[in-house]
Design a protein around this ligand. Sequence first.
Ligand code: SF4
Length: 222
Amino acid sequence: MRYFTTRNRAILREMIVTDFKIRYQGSVLGYLWSLLKPLFMFAIIYVVFTFVFGLGKGVPLPPTMSNFEDMVATIEQMPHEELLVECKFAITKEFDPCEYFDKKVWFRAIADVLKINKMVALAVDYKTGKILEDSQQLALVAATVFAHFPQVQAVRCEFWWLKDDAKSEDVFYRKDMPDMWRALWPRIQALEQAHETMTFPPKPGYLCRKWCPVVSCPHHGK
Ligand code: SF4
């Protein structure tokens, strides 16, 4: 049997419109209130349970994640003025801060956790793969933090290798950023040239064997 025939749909629409009119007749704010009410309820419940009853604080992680307790405690204990998570930062080619999807965006970075405490900051990036030291990536995250927080003079950037319960870290200073960009510039220029000429010579590495989607490459799977 077909329930959603043209006739049934017309009846259903008429019933909804009639119900709506009856409910909000003579009430200018009634419709608006029906939209805002769930939001207010959510806000009240959130404030009561989070700040009055303190739920969520001190609750242990699930057993499968209990080995991350020390990591979480490290973040909680460090003093801070500002705590941000899943921070998406971007800069222009002039190293000015910009929106993540700004038309002038030149470089983007994401920090899973960012703590700002006056002139210093901690940026943490969780990693689920195998340990791969990459100080350059840490330096680039630091560069975006410096661009977005002019008061910050030093950033400690850390990779947290979740599978191995290990960390890689490095400390970066604002005064050293020009040298960092200078050292990186030849690689940036090579990338820009490859992009402009659409020439991407294969560069075999550990990704060839399992992760690379370019199956036509002679190095694929090797
Ligand atoms: S298989 Fe993929 S990662 Fe390896 S060289 Fe070819 S394109 Fe590069």
